[in-house]
Design a protein around this ligand. Structure first.
Ligand code: ZN
Ligand code: ZN
Length: 353
């Protein structure tokens, strides 16, 4: 299937129209027309090879909402016309202990990423959701529940599950005290999801500027991390802190805010952080942890939970050709809170294709 997408041809090239092949359907595959695709911070990192393993051409996009257009002969989970979604992974070994317990994101043989990875069967490069169509095996295609607005649901597939999974891992529920560092794509979802689970939620921010935004998202308060007095008063005030900051930073000042056995979980920064002061960890049996997306069953649970609670990301809809401008704005944190590409804005073909 020859299709149109947007690709980066190198670390310095802007994204531009690109024609490529999606594989013919295997018996277990689902093909979908992509309706919407969220713009994740990692799309920008990978397009620019910030992590050093990008392969070009690179078609980003792993927050995908689509409509099934064709199914393979053995597909039982989805049928033509269904609204579906695909997140950050499209395959895994399916047989290791992690896959068997539903943690495909932790597959011992590594999950296959939706883009900038290699197909497990053919070794071909995987291309993501900045495109008209996608083909993926049915186990990695999620059901978009009724009642969840498809035009706003896409960011749940990465930003949503990335913050939902640690909330579930650390058993957040009514009475839990949750802190959220950073109020971008991930952070705003962490707030909404933690509030939805019944937690008491505080946004941690360097200034008070975001207080009204935080409260509008449902947070119960904002703690100004540059205010030494406020930080001292908040010692031991949290059971879980979700750190969504996507760049190098210092987590040491936040550790004393955790109660005994509390956890600060990093979900944003892939790479080094500043030197860690271990005293609060040792003296308070506090933990520093990491977490990556979530399993397929957990992602479906999150989508169903969001439909039930009417939790949706705050989105700014863009056209496909605005993607380079959107990347620049995202670098300046000039987005509330997630760009979503309306894929109807991408022509089905170009004269040259
Ligand atoms: Zn992402
Ligand atoms: Zn596995």
């Amino acid at each position: 299937m020859k299709i149109i997408g947007y690709a980066a041809q190198s670390a310095t090239a802007p994204l531009a129209p690109f024609s490529f092949e999606r594989r013919a359907l295997r018996p277990n595959d689902v093909a979908m027309e992509i309706l919407y695709c969220g713009v994740c911070h990692s799309d920008l990192h990978q397009a620019r090879n910030d992590w050093g393993f990008s392969r070009y051409p690179l078609v980003p996009g792993h927050e995908i909402v689509g409509r099934v257009s064709e199914v393979g002969s053995e597909v039982s989970r989805h049928k033509v016309g269904d609204l579906v979604a695909v997140g950050c992974m499209v395959d895994s070994c399916q047989v290791c202990d992690q896959c068997r317990k539903g943690d495909e994101q932790l597959c011992r043989e590594h999950h296959t990423q939706t883009y900038n990875d290699r197909d497990r069967v053919t070794g071909e490069t995987t291309y993501g959701g900045y495109a008209k169509h996608l083909v993926a095996r049915q186990e990695f295609v999620l059901r978009l529940p009724q009642g969840l607005d498809p035009s706003r649901a896409a960011p749940l597939l990465c930003a949503g599950i990335t913050t939902y999974s640690p909330l579930r891992t650390w058993n957040v529920g009514p009475g839990s005290r949750v802190g959220v560092i950073g109020l971008g794509g991930l952070g705003h979802m962490a707030v909404k999801l933690a509030v939805g689970l019944g937690a008491q939620v505080t946004v941690l921010s360097r200034s008070a500027d975001k207080r009204s935004d935080a409260l509008a998202l449902g947070a119960h308060g904002l703690l100004v991390s540059s205010d030494a007095q406020a930080m001292a008063a908040a010692q031991c005030a949290f059971d879980l802190i979700i750190d969504t900051v996507p760049v190098r930073h210092d987590v040491s000042p936040y550790m004393p805010l955790l109660d005994v056995d509390g956890t600060l979980v990093i979900v944003g920064q892939v790479g080094p952080i500043d030197e860690l002061v271990t005293i609060p960890l040792i003296l308070g049996r506090r933990r520093l942890a990491g977490s990556v997306i979530g399993g397929i069953a957990e992602t479906q649970e999150m989508l169903d939970f969001c439909a039930q609670k009417n939790i949706l990301p705050e989105c700014e809809m863009i056209r496909m050709e605005q993607i380079n401008e959107a990347f620049e704005r995202m670098e300046r944190s000039d987005v509330r809170y997630r760009f979503v590409i309306d894929m109807a804005s991408l022509p089905s073909s170009y004269a040259w294709s």
